[in-house]
Write a protein that binds this ligand. Structure first.
Ligand SMILES: *Cc1c(COP(=O)(O)O)cnc(C)c1O
Length: 228
């Protein structure tokens, strides 16, 4: 059943990518496995899904540490500075960098662990008080400082738009994030100009995100079912 759901989601991603004039393989699915069992994760992995997203460090440590299969893990939850070392150890990409301090810490730990650290900058595109993420107009200065002061490899931007019961409401925010990334790309601020990641879209609105240019979509419940 999980394999069927995975296939359906992947087909929807391909069709949405084609509607945006891109090929399906320009978008990757992150299977968001927070509060889902290791059994389900391994089942999804056996159907060919190798990229997963986790939110909580403690939970991720248990899962990733106990997982023999080589999977790719993105941190998509907020990162506290005292957990930066553990995050570097566990994750391939940290999607939630929103301040220079955390980028510096990740850089320090990456050097100690002799790893290259790849990050996305989390943008608070809806300017919500309660949300993490850098404000849109502060993204360029933050990106410049990270480039100048750290060895973090900034792959692109990530966002969580304001919650709405109507998925279409997310579209304008996805568009804004894409335009912001294009503006930064035009200034040559991303090291990999050929592939700039835009992580946006969840279970309810991932096809809309793909239509608007997402290269990474983060889907949990639509794939795994309800969380514990
Ligand atoms: C939990 C979570 C998701 C997945 O949400 P679903 O609605 O279950 O698809 C995506 N992104 C982030 C940042 C999350 O915390």
């Amino acid at each position: 059943m999980l394999c069927d759901r995975l296939e359906t989601i992947n087909q929807k991603i391909v069709r949405a990518a084609e509607r945006s004039g891109r090929s399906g393989d320009s978008v990757r699915l992150i299977a968001v496995s927070k509060r889902q069992s290791m059994e389900k994760i391994l089942q999804v992995a056996s159907c060919g899904q190798l990229l997963f997203g986790e939110n909580y460090l403690q939970e991720a440590r248990e899962k990733i540490g106990g997982c023999e299969k080589k999977l790719c893990w993105h941190l998509i939850g907020h990162l506290q500075s005292n957990k930066a070392g553990l995050a570097v150890q566990l994750f391939d990409v940290i999607e939630t960098v929103d301040r220079l301090k955390i980028a510096r810490l990740l850089d320090k730990h990456a050097k100690q662990q002799q790893k290259e650290i790849k990050i996305l900058i989390q943008v608070n595109i809806g300017r919500e008080k309660q949300k993490h993420g850098v404000l849109p107009e502060e993204t360029e200065p933050l990106l410049r400082s990270i480039l100048e002061e750290t060895g973090c490899r900034v792959l692109g931007l990530m966002t969580l738009p304001p919650w709405s019961a109507h998925p279409e409401d997310s579209r304008s925010y996805f568009k804004k994030l894409r335009m912001l990334s294009e503006e930064l790309a035009d200034k040559g601020l991303f090291p990999d100009q050929d592939r700039i990641e835009l992580s946006m879209g969840m279970s309810a609105d991932y096809t809309i995100a793909v239509e608007e240019g997402a290269t990474l979509v983060r889907v949990g419940t639509a794939l795994f079912g309800r969380r514990k």
